[in-house]
Write a protein that binds this ligand. Sequence first.
Ligand SMILES: [Mn+2]
Length: 185
Amino acid sequence: MLGGEHLVTYGAARAASRAFPELSIVHFDAHADLRDEYLGERLSHATVMRRCWELTGDGSIFQFGIRSGDREEFEFAKAHTRMRRFSFDGLGETLALPALADRPVYLTIDLDVLDPGEFPGTGTPEAGGVRFLELLGAASAVLRECRVIGLDLVELSPPCDPSGASTSLVCKLLRELLLRIRISE
Ligand SMILES: [Mn+2]
């Protein structure tokens, strides 16, 4: 699925969790997205992973690249999700855990996990992000090691980068990931 506001992930994850009740979610993002509400809304790009957690339960959401969130979100993550800050460190060993290796996986990629120096075309850029090749490598590892039943790329906002470089980066990423999707019977 291509987005758009990250909240669109909730609809896809909800459908996926109905079809695959044992669903786990891998989440690449600059932001924790674990708020219970944001600006009075329970449904928001800032709450989307909290709503997804309500679908999957504890220990089923694996977050990487996170470098923005409030104290409550990081406390929530300690108790309910598995979070790696700033990078994809530990991804390989994480993918071998039974919660990912033995269960259907949904992969959600908020493109703002990338560094805004390389990818400024997004609504809430955060310094200190990963590079294109790191993201491609990490997403490829998930597609290679897990039974990925759905994935999304979200939060490209072309008007935020009139040069067009961000859009061309995402086109390249999309093409490479499409080539890596394994179709199983
Ligand atoms: Mn984000």
